[in-house]
Write a protein that binds this ligand. Structure first.
Ligand code: SF4
Length: 479
């Protein structure tokens, strides 16, 4: 299909809209004066007049409207979408669950609408009438908003979250689109990586002290942090970053892959006061795990979960993915049922997202949307009945069925870090390669600092990166 634009440059926004209907397709682009032949999504802006055309197969729909000559981009996006979206629905027969919302944080948007309109009902109407979000998703976003409010309210005013990135994994899962480097191939970088992380942590600690900030949560993610020896980084966090004992709202380590979890590394996590870990089965179907390139069995995940319980971890999360190759609705239901029987404190249900960085990207078609929708609906119903509440949600590009990832937790076991980070409600100071830093304030309300994604790049450019980071953080954080 061709995306055709004349008189404006909203190509990216039109592509995002089209991807709601054709998530895996690659599009061509044209800005020739004439609408190209064949399947097309066209928006022509000329002399204060916007004409939108969608042609799919042999059918074509056209809509037009007048717009102010100086229409700002956000309003133009909305006008374009309001003309093109109904055409796409009519010609494809599809109705995306999140309507024409393309952003990754619908709950955050609902909160902003509530603030602007003054009531939840008015915000919900805007979701329904302007953005065409389905009732089911409006309810889900509203439920999450209610669960999040006390967590947002309890945040200390000068609180910051710390994210330490450990971008190493024992091997790479086939669906992975994160920055994760296999220990076998890149393990030689780990000693230098840790030394740089140590220096960056000292810098961050110094700035936290200077600016009168307080660490509210620590989250060590990756990668798979437990793929490496965490004793040193945990010791440094303890020395440089932790406030008085017991004042952190959360201290999470993603243990993630069960094949990295041992009695010894769990003992180190306990020693340094880690309060929450993730043990991620992703599926309880062995053939699905094998197809996904995960070298562990369902029983391994159960065994490591029980080991963590035995060692005193009372807040454990489990991740699952709906839409993995070779999984079925029946198989996924079995995975969720088995998870509920184990009763972890939180369960996060992702939908498979195929990105270019994943091994699967070239070889795999997107999973059947109806099947993924059924999986997600089953998870929501089963987990809710079992006493879990949805508490955070985000969407990604190229997600199966254009749905969402949802974190469910038993009351009181929600992860404040996930809520604050996803809502852009707190400054997050990232440390390490692939860790993003975002600082509340500035013209946009939140400023994101440039990331360095890859460990070798992080090591090679470390001194310059730190000089820049120090300048940026001082400028943004010192009031
Ligand atoms: S464990 Fe997670 S980060 Fe590591 S390779 Fe698998 S999906 Fe990627």
């Amino acid at each position: 299909m061709v995306i055709h634009t004349v008189g404006h440059a909203r190509t990216y926004e039109m592509e995002a809209l089209l991807k709601l209907f054709r998530p895996a397709e690659r599009f061509d682009f044209s800005s020739e004066p004439e609408i190209p032949a064949g399947e097309v999504l066209s928006a022509v802006l000329a002399d204060g007049h916007l004409t939108c055309v969608t042609r799919i197969g042999r059918e074509e729909l056209c809509a037009e409207t007048d717009v102010p000559a100086d229409i700002p981009n956000n309003l133009l996006d909305r006008t374009l979408s309001s003309l093109l979206y109904p055409q796409l629905c009519a010609l494809t027969g599809l109705r995306p669950a999140w309507g024409m919302l393309t952003g990754i944080r619908p709950v955050n948007l609902l909160r902003k609408f509530r603030e602007r309109t003054g009531s939840l009902a008015a915000a919900q109407s805007e979701f329904r009438d302007v953005w065409h979000v389905t009732e089911e998703k409006i309810q889900l976003a509203s439920d999450i908003l209610a669960v999040q409010q006390p967590i947002l309210d309890a945040a200390p005013e000068n609180g910051v979250g710390i994210y330490l990135s450990v971008p190493f994994c024992p091997t790479r899962c086939k669906y992975c689109s994160f920055v994760s480097n296999s220990v076998a191939q890149m393990g030689r970088l780990i000693p230098d990586y840790l030394q740089c992380v140590h220096r960056e942590m000292q810098l961050v600690s110094q700035i936290i002290d200077e600016c009168g900030l307080r660490v509210d949560s620590v989250y060590i993610g990756g990668g798979t942090p437990t793929a490496i020896d965490l004793y040193q980084p945990l010791d440094w966090i303890d020395r440089y970053l932790l406030p008085e004992p017991g004042s952190l709202r959360e201290f999470t380590v993603e243990a993630g892959r069960p094949d990295t979890i041992t009695r010894e590394n769990l003992a180190v996590l306990r020693q340094f006061g880690v309060t929450r870990i993730s043990v991620n089965p992703q599926s309880f179907q062995d053939h699905v795990l094998k197809a996904a390139g995960r070298p562990h069995t369902a029983q391994d995940a159960v065994d490591k979960f029980l080991l963590a319980r035995e060692m005193g971890f009372s807040n454990i999360n489990m991740d699952f993915i709906a839409g993995l190759p070779e999984d079925t609705v029946q198989g996924f239901r079995g995975s969720i049922d088995r998870a509920v029987a184990l009763s972890p404190e939180s369960i996060t249900v992702h939908c498979l997202s195929l990105k270019k960085a994943a091994d699967f990207y070239q070889s795999l078609a997107m999973p059947e949307p109806a099947a993924v929708s059924e999986m997600v609906a089953y998870a929501q119903e089963t987990l809710t009945q079992a006493g879990y509440r949805p508490y955070y949600l985000y969407r990604q590009k190229n997600m199966a069925a254009n749905l969402e990832n949802v974190g469910y937790a038993k009351p009181g076991f929600e992860s404040p870090y996930n809520v604050m980070m996803m809502d852009d409600s707190q400054t997050i100071l990232g440390i390490g390669a692939g860790a993003s830093t975002k600082v509340l304030g500035g013209r946009r309300g939140i400023e994101r600092l440039t990331e360095c994604k890859y460990p070798y790049d992080y090591l090679a450019r470390f001194d310059g990166l730190m000089q820049q980071k120090e300048r940026d953080l001082r400028a943004l954080l010192k009031k």
